[in-house]
Design a binder for this molecule. Sequence first.
Ligand SMILES: *Cc1c(COP(=O)(O)O)cnc(C)c1O
Length: 448
Amino acid sequence: MSITSGTDNLVARSLASVWHPCTQMQHHEAVPLVPVSHGRGAWLYDTDGRRYLDAISSWWVNLFGHANPRINAALKDQLDRLEHAMLAGFTHEPVVQLSETLAAMTGNVLGHCFYASDGASAVEIALKMSVHAWRNAGHAGKCEFVCLAGSYHGETLGALAVTDVPLFRAAYGALLQNVHVVASPDARGAAPGESAADVARRAAAALETLLQQRGAQIAAVIIEPLVQCAAGMAMHDPVYLASVRALCDRYGVHMIADEIAVGCGRTGTFFACEQAAVWPDFLCLSKGISGGYLPLSLVLTRPEIYAAFYDRDVARGFLHSHSYTGNPLACRAALATLQIFREDDVLARNRHTATRLAAALAPLAGDGRVVNVRQRGMIWAFDAVVDDAADAATFSRRFFTAALSHELLLRPIGRTVYLMPPYILDDTQVEFLAGATQRVFAQVMGPA
Ligand SMILES: *Cc1c(COP(=O)(O)O)cnc(C)c1O
């Protein structure tokens, strides 16, 4: 196999043979496909030697840069020991260490860890575990779910059922379980004079009304704590999390925190739920947990849930499995990632980076075509005012293409431009990112 073939060749071969994700393939007649040759730190390099600052962490997964020396070293060491072994009937050091470490990070409230490979599977596991736990406890009638307006929890059928993104659901409606969709606490929904906390309390009240009516049939409420990322970085006040926890306790419903995007320090604390000082019954992690290296996801849960499955009867066990459950390489990447968090005091460093980034981007907020500037930890976003419907439909693609010409990987969601960079940016890179983002905006929008 040659890995030196030129750009055009690789792009043409890819378009002929690879069906790319989340893509209308015909758009690639106009939108470039970038052939990546290698990555180093925050930069990706294409086969022609052009570079792109990875301002969205390669779809929100990369935390400490590409080709991170410490994660690379851990993986090389693991590769010579054990690449994989089945996790049914067998165990190994990386999966045990990772489970112990994560449990300790929740103060052992969430002391049991179940593994899969991608985020959607972690969501499926949490949904199934919730229903099965209720069933084992004698409540077989509790099998309905609640999700938020604008929620995104993945695209397998169970996860898609609790995903409220019409574009992703439209073709598959007939395959999806009916779920309850309740108001989002999105702070952008504030009426004049209302605070973000007011919006959160209003949304919690709507949830309570539903739980009063259907609590006996509802197994779980699933939420993305603090930021509904795929909805367009919709942010809410932490008081919402405390309210959901209290309501779930009051009405006997499980709380599932999907921290696949917001976990791993992204919002300023390692787990987003920490900002409301609550723990869910199920906490899903994926994306950043392996540092963006390998597919890994997991669901942390409480001893009480675990105990509901612990029995002589095989059918009361949680019989879910994936071939690569607890893959040692992926677990080692996760352990190396967590070690970097400890050794580098990453959360403190991120506070510095986030402040500098906000300051460097402040001039954008003065542009009349920029609204809803918002930030939570290492996520920064705004909505572009695009009046013309045709312009709006193509805004994201035009922005992506313009960004490439300014050495940036940016991929707006609709009209929401967001930055979700790796945590390793130095001050120079922060300035570059902020400056280039503004140059791209000016190019796409034209003169103010
Ligand atoms: C990305 C994402 C998922 C799905 O993860 P995949 O690995 O893409 O299946 C689920 N929930 C949230 C909040 C996500 O951002």
